[in-house]
Design a protein around this ligand. Structure first.
Ligand code: ADP
Ligand code: ZN
Length: 217
């Protein structure tokens, strides 16, 4: 069983790799960032509540985030594994998640960490374009879509995320180092952490990840 958390700084490639991992290993891809963006796009109560926080690069409260994840993880499609992307992001979230995992019998058994140097992250974020429909990401410099501005996967028009600007990125990166990076030790101590280099070629990283996942599944 693959109950996976995918970790790494913003721009490391979590979203890109999450898409094929979910497909190849037949587990749901649960991205809290995507869930929050969907809520904002739909104009729901939750969406309106979090809009400013998310667009400025800050974190949504642990309480709201944990409630959202607990709901999602309790659904039947998570019974045979899951891939969490963007959660947990703080120590209180990791602790709450440990408890809820035990409660619903779906605790994490593998944490994949995709590391990447800051200067690469900044370049990638500036060129990133995403599909608001299916969540696929592209890059105008390094991972161009086949047709400019159009999603390869579903044909929808690509957009630039509101928080993919220099100012919000700075906030996200600072939050990552302050609040999220400490989770690496938390999971290392539990023997769950596997480190990967997000600066290597996407195909190389895919092969390395596949080898580990095949061994663990
Ligand atoms: P990235 O990894 O590129 O920074 P995500 O798509 O994972 O972006 O998240 C986008 C935004 O959604 C975050 O900057 C934050 O505002 C909110 N968010 C996502 N996941 C969480 C979380 N676990 N806790 C708090 N806020 C979150
Ligand atoms: Zn798409």
């Amino acid at each position: 069983m693959l109950n996976i958390i995918l970790m790494g700084p913003p721009g490391a490639g979590k979203g890109t790799h999450a898409v094929w991992i979910a497909k190849d290993f037949n587990i749901p891809h649960i991205s809290t960032g995507d869930m929050f963006r969907e809520a904002m796009a739909s104009g729901s109560e939750l969406g309106n509540k979090i809009k400013e926080v998310v667009n400025s690069g800050n974190l949504v409260s642990d309480e709201l985030t944990c409630a959202l994840v607990k709901d999602r993880l309790s659904q039947p499609d998570c019974a045979n594994g899951y891939l969490l992307d963007g959660f947990p992001r703080t120590i209180p979230q990791a602790e709450a998640f440990k408890k809820m995992g035990e409660e619903i019998g779906r605790g994490v058994n593998l944490v994949l960490n995709i590391g990447c140097p800051d200067e690469i992250l900044i370049q990638r974020i500036a060129g990133r374009r995403v599909c608001p429909q299916c969540g696929a990401s592209f890059n105008v410099n390094t991972m161009k879509p086949k047709v400019e501005g159009i999603c390869d996967e579903c044909g929808h028009e690509l957009i630039q995320r509101k928080d993919d600007n220099a100012e919000s990125f700075k906030v996200r990166l600072a939050n990552y180092y302050k609040s999220t990076a400490p989770l690496l030790d938390f999971y290392k101590e539990q023997g769950l952490l596997a480190d990967f280099d997000g600066n290597s070629e996407a195909a190389t990283l895919k092969a390395e990840l596949t080898a580990l996942l095949e061994a663990k599944k």
